[in-house]
Structure formats: C-alpha cells, structure tokens
Write a protein that binds this ligand. Structure first.
Ligand code: ARG
Length: 426
C-alpha cells in the first residue's frame, strides 16, 4: 500500500468525511490534485453533528455522492460490548471511544469503496495522531490492494492556511478560526483537545463540557441506578429491559447529569507523543465499574487475576490500531468465555461526580455467607487454617531459619541450620 505518485491516475476516491474543516477542504483539494471523482462517506457512530447538513455541504463542495451510514447499533454490539467485557481502559482511564470507532468506520468504508468501484480511500486524520495509524493499518488488513491518501498529512497547510484556502475556493466551513478545540464524538466517548488544554497545568474550562454537569450544577441529592447484565452484556436499566444502545444513551444522560464521566488524561500516543486529552464518558465509566464489580462477585480468583493482565494488553492493542489482528480475535474468544456467569444486577450511586457501586447480586454469586460471616452461622473450619498456614509459610520458614543460622561473616553453619530448624519446628 503506497501513496499514489503524482503520475498515477486514480479512478475514484472515497473520502472518510467528518463534515469538519479538514475533510471539507480535502474534497476540493483532492479533486483538484487528482482530477477524479470523490465520494464522501460519513459513518455515524453517535456524533452529535448535523450529518444531513454535512452531506449537503460535501456535495456543494464537489463530492459526486455523499452518504451517511448509521452504524450506531453495530458500534455498540460489535465493538463496545467486546471492549466492555474486557474492561478495556487505556492507561486505566480512557474507554477508547475513538479507537474503537475507527476500525468500524474502515469496515464500512471498504464496503462502500468496493460498491462504488473506488480504488482509493482518503482520510482526514492528522500526521501526528493515532487515527492515521488506525485508519491505514485497518485498510491494510481489510483491503490490502486499496490506495490510501492522507491529504491533511500531505498538503502541509496550517489551520489558518486551510481557512484561507476554504475562503478562496468558496468552501463552506463549519467552524470559525476562533474555535479552539478538536472534538471527536461517539456514543461511547466525547474527546476534547487543543487550545488551552494543551497546558497540562490548566484546569479545563467548564465551557468545554457538553455531556456532564460540573459539580456546582449537578443535583444536590444522589440517584441510584440498577444495571442488569446477562453474560457480560448490559441488558436492563432500573428493572426495564433495554437494547444496549438505548441503555448507553440513557445512562449517558443520567450519569452525566450527576457530573460523572469526566476524565483528564496525559496520554501516551502510539506515535510517541504525550498529549493531554479531556474525555466525557458517563455511561462508559459507570458500565465499566458495574461490570468489573459483578465479575468480582461471580468469577473465580485465578481467572479474575489472569483476565486483569489480559485486559491491559487488550486495551493497548485497540488503542494501537490492531483491532483486525488475530490476537484481538483470540482474546475476544477468551473474554467471551469468561462472561458465562457474568449475569446479575449492580446498584450504583451517582452523586456529585462520583459513581460508586453500593450493591450487587447474581444467581451465579460465589459469595457464600456461611463461609464469610463472623457470626454464629459460620461454617468455615477454623482448625483447617492452622495446617494450611504451616504448609503455605514453610518456604518462608526454611529461608528464615537459614538466615538466622549465618555467622557474623554471613557464612552458613550447617549444624546450626539443623539445630535451629529442629527447634523452630517444634
Ligand atoms: N486520544 C484519543 C485517541 O487517540 C482521542 C483522539 C481524538 N480526539 C480529538 N479530540 N479529536 O483515541
């Protein structure tokens, strides 16, 4: 997969169109540079922009066709739920909304490119972010024959120059040069960067938040939500069965109202840069907490501990653009297997920015009151603990005895070991 040289004649370019400044300018720039037909496709994963308006804009700028594909349901069911089963949080904080949306977008774009006979896919990701990598390696996996173009990486224009270019060519631009933030949205996360946020010391201004109340405006009394899971999938909210997509949308509102879901992360990008990103992800954080908690009720200790290590690996792999790898698919098979008993209800208390799990129940609960209680109904065999501790601590005891049988020079005295050991073991 190579960037096409100037001489190479491209047949048709399918552009991943977001509706923003970069991809709007790209329609005109690509058409002028390559002189071929441009088809604009937007994959709807829950961004709040007016996508119909974006389509009209794409056509006005010069796209021969413009499409919006509603992929929200697929996004939740095929991407978010696997990530939830894996408790996937990059660097323990970021629920990976952008990183999960990219492979889905590519899946749909590749379908459309084949349908329209396009030989090239262009995307608007910048040359220093993670998304360019995610887009391009996903295309390499799904359509290795496809040409890939990254106009924003190639044209070398600053933001101001882009705006100038847009004005010069009568390109209707959706933002003004004063809009200081870069925002990426899906039903799972809203990500905000640039502007004043580039100073890691600066507190994010209240004005950047759209999904969450600040602590000052969040309600003064707590609210409880009960989330029902079936084999790791969220299926009900406060006792009513719901499709996962509707549940995520509703929970974003409820938890966001209580100021839950703000994340401030100094993040290690795949391309080697540290960046500061602010996220809003109310439903993602509440669901992740509830899901983890339910797992702790129903999952054997060894499986839980082993899974924990895999979860981090899984999150890194998604962040790093490797959704279509065999490793991710094998990990999903493992994660699915672990979810067999993750059925039950979790009660979460939302209050002034915090979401705390305060109760959980499951038909598969491994919590056994007769074993854990300290009252009279206790059935745990206390006397068995003695022998267990003897065996468990034996290696430590042997080491301890050897340590105390050393002389002042640190040499081991064989007969002293024997003596000490005999007396210690009495
Ligand atoms: N840092 C996140 C990621 O790489 C989000 C990127 C999009 N952010 C944005 N504000 N445009 O997945």
């Amino acid at each position: 997969m190579e960037s096409p040289s100037k001489e190479k004649k491209l047949k048709k370019i399918l552009l991943a169109y977001s509706g923003g400044l970069d991809t709007s300018v790209a329609i005109h720039w690509l058409k002028e540079k390559y002189g071929c037909e441009i088809v604009a496709v937007t994959v709807d994963v829950g961004q709040s922009d007016d996508l119909k308006e974006a389509m009209r804009r794409a056509k006005a700028i010069g796209a021969s066709r413009a499409w919006v594909i509603d992929a929200k349901k697929e996004f939740i069911e095929d991407y978010i739920i696997p990530a939830l089963k894996a408790n996937a949080l990059y660097e323990d904080k970021y629920p990976l909304g952008t990183a999960l949306a990219r492979p889905l977008m590519i899946e749909r774009l590749v379908d459309m490119a084949k349908r329209f006979g396009a030989d090239t896919i262009a995307h608007g990701s910048t040359g220093k972010g993670n998304d360019q990598v995610r887009f391009e390696v996903s295309i390499m996996a799904l359509a290795p024959e496809m040409e890939v173009l990254s106009p924003t990486r190639d044209w070398g224009m600053s933001r101001d120059e882009e705006i100038e270019y847009a004005k010069k060519h009568n390109i209707p631009i959706p933002v003004t040069s004063e809009a200081p933030y870069s925002i990426d949205e899906s039903v799972w996360t809203r990500a905000i960067e640039c502007g004043v946020l580039e100073d890691p010391w600066e507190e994010p201004p209240e004005s950047i938040f759209e999904w969450t109340n600040g602590l000052g405006t969040a309600p003064d009394s707590p609210e409880y939500v009960e989330i029902g899971f079936s084999e790791g999938v969220p299926v009900s909210l406060n006792g009513s069965a719901m499709e996962p997509l509707d549940l995520v949308v509703a929970l974003n509102d409820i938890a966001g109202n209580h100021g839950v879901g703000r994340i401030d992360l100094i993040e290690n990008r795949l391309v080697g840069i540290k960046s500061r990103e602010i996220y809003e992800a109310p439903a993602a954080l509440v669901l992740m907490k509830a899901h983890q908690d339910l797992e702790s009720l129903v999952m054997p200790k060894d499986l839980m501990h082993y899974k924990k290590a895999m979860e981090q690996h899984y999150a890194n792999l998604i962040y790093d653009g490797l959704w279509f790898s065999a490793l991710r698919q094998a990990m999903d098979a493992f994660m699915n297997k672990t979810q067999k008993n993750v059925t039950g209800v979790v009660k979460v208390k939302l209050f002034k920015g915090s979401a705390v799990v305060v109760g959980r129940e499951s038909p598969n609960s491994m919590y056994n009151a007769a074993l854990s209680t300290y009252d009279k109904s206790d059935e745990f065999d206390h006397s068995a603990a003695k022998g267990f501790i003897y065996v468990w601590g034996l290696p430590l005891k042997v080491a301890g005895v050897m340590e105390s049988a050393k002389n002042v020079n640190g040499d081991l005295n064989g007969s002293a070991v024997k003596e000490e050991y005999t007396s210690a073991c009495k």
